[in-house]
Design a protein around this ligand. Structure first.
Ligand code: GTP
Ligand code: MG
Length: 227
C-alpha cells in the first residue's frame, strides 16, 4: 500500500505561491522547474514499483512481507525554493538538480530492523539502481534519538528522447522508529521554541527512542525464533 501526498501544480498557481521569496525565479526558469518536477515524480514511481514488486515476491516465497507500508511525497515547489534560497543555491533548475536530493521522496516502513537492510540490499543491487548517498542513523542515531536509514539512489527515467537519471531519497525505518519520528516531529511543531522542547524533554525523548529500539529487537528475536 502506498500513501501518496501529492500537490497539483501549474505555472499560475506557482507564481502566486512564490510571493514571499526574495529572488523569485523567472517564468522560463519556473517552466524548467515544473518539467523537472514531472521527471522526478516519474523517478519516484519507478522506485515505488520496484519496492512493491520486491515485497510481493517476498510474500510468494516466504509468506512474509518486509514492508509494512510506504509513503511517497514530492517536496512542494515553495519549500524546495525556500530550501535552495536558505542554502545559498541559485534558484535555477540546473543548480537545484545538482544540489538538492530530496525533491522526490519515499518512506518505507518495515516490520523489523533487519528488513531495513535487506530492502536496501535488494533495491541497490538492481542493475539500473545506483546508490548516491547513504546515512545510517540506526547505527549512529541523531542526538535527538532519531533513527532511520536514509539513502539516495538514482534511477533512469525513459523520456521521449532517451533516458535521464533521477535521484530519489528513500527513508527506510521500522514501525517503531516511524512512530517515534512522527510524534516527535509533531511535538517540535507544537512548541514555538524548539529549544524549550530539547531543554525540557530532550533526554526523555531520547530514552523513549532507546526503549523502542530494545522492544523492537526483542520482538524481532521472537519472530526469528518462530520462523
Ligand atoms: P536536509 O535535507 O537539507 O535537511 O539535510 P540532510 O539530508 O543532510 O538531512 P537529514 O539526513 O537529517 O534528513 C532530513 C530528514 O530526516 C528530515 O526531513 C526528517 O524527515 C528526518 N529527520 C532528521 N532528523 C530528525 C529528527 O530529529 N526528528 C525527526 N522527527 N525527523 C528527523
Ligand atoms: Mg534531506
Amino acid at each position: 500500500m502506498i500513501l501518496e501526498r501529492q500537490n497539483v501544480i501549474n505555472l499560475k498557481k506557482l507564481q502566486s505561491q512564490l510571493g514571499g521569496l526574495e529572488n523569485r525565479p523567472r517564468i522560463d526558469e519556473l517552466a524548467k522547474l515544473l518539467k523537472m518536477f514531472q521527471l522526478y515524480q516519474s523517478g519516484q514511481r519507478e522506485i515505488s514499483t520496484k519496492l512493491e514488486n520486491l515485497d510481493a515476491e517476498f510474500q510468494v516465497n516466504f509468506d512474509y512481507n518486509p514492508i509494512h507500508h510506504m509513503e511517497s511525497r514530492m517536496k512542494d515547489m515553495q519549500s524546495l525554493l525556500q530550501k535552495a534560497e536558505l542554502k545559498g543555491y541559485d534558484l535555477t533548475a540546473d543548480s537545484i538538480q545538482k544540489n538538492i536530493y530530496d525533491i522526490a521522496g519515499i518512506r518505507v516502513i518495515t516490520n523489523y530492523v533487519d528488513d531495513i537492510y535487506s530492502i536496501e540490499k535488494m533495491l541497490t543491487k538492481q542493475t539500473d539502481v545506483t546508490l548516491l548517498r547513504r546515512k545510517d542513523y540506526i547505527k549512529h542515531p541523531k542526538e535527538s534519538g532519531y533513527r532511520s536509514l536514509h539513502i539516495v539512489v538514482k534511477v533512469p527515467v525513459f523520456q521521449s528522447d532517451g533516458p535521464v537519471d533521477v535521484p530519489v531519497e528513500i527513508q527506510i525505518r521500522t514501525v517503531g522508529m516511524d512512530m517515534w519520528a512522527s510524534l516527535e516531529h509533531k511535538l517540535r511543531y507544537k512548541t514555538d521554541a524548539n529549544k524549550e522542547l530539547v531543554d525540557k524533554y530532550g533526554d526523555q525523548l531520547k530514552n523513549y527512542s532507546d526503549e523502542l529500539e530494545q522492544i523492537e529487537r526483542g520482538m524481532q528475536d521472537i519472530h526469528k525464533n518462530l520462523i
